[in-house]
Design a protein. Structure first.
Length: 162
């Protein structure tokens, strides 16, 4: 039985996410980072682009880490020179996280060709097509963010186990 067009698109999206994940993992490995460090930098760059103050608590929530795990990521990135802790100018008690320019340059050197190629590809889309792509990707992101992971079936115990 042939797959529906919707399932073919879903499988294509999955293939894109796998490929992107592999590129992120290779970037992390080549730059002495953990894959979670790369995800953290992406979250912090997104916050910067949106004008959202980046705090350790917000970062931990986005990454699904507890306080100790979040601190470990921040410490690693700070040691590597990719991140700085800075005092909030409006509330000196609050510490914000800032991605350093060197980290941005490193990321641009690695992901720049992919970004540029994607922008060029989207440049061939008309406004309606671009809006459809945006709506689709936003919808998938929202579905993933809102949904609970499905519970995996529990495998039967091995033969002879109590």
């Amino acid at each position: 039985m042939a797959e529906s067009e919707e399932l073919r698109i879903f499988h294509l999206l999955r293939a894109v996410t796998v490929e992107f994940g592999l590129r992120q993992a290779e970037f992390a490995a080549r730059n002495a980072m953990h894959p979670t460090d790369v995800r953290a930098l992406i979250c912090l760059l997104d916050a910067e682009r949106d004008g959202t103050p980046a705090t350790a608590g917000r970062l931990g929530a986005q990454l699904g880490l507890n306080s100790a795990g979040t601190t470990a990521v921040i410490d690693r990135l700070e040691r590597l020179g990719h991140l700085a802790r800075v005092r909030d100018e409006r509330d000196r008690r609050r510490v914000l996280l800032r991605v350093e320019d060197g980290a941005k340059e490193l990321g641009r050197a690695w992901f720049g060709p992919l970004i540029d190629g994607t922008v060029a590809l989207l440049g061939d889309f008309d406004a309606r097509e671009s809006e459809a792509v945006r709506r689709f990707l936003t919808g998938v992101r929202d579905l993933m963010a809102a949904g609970e992971p499905p519970s995996a079936p529990v495998p039967p115990p091995p033969p002879g186990s109590p």
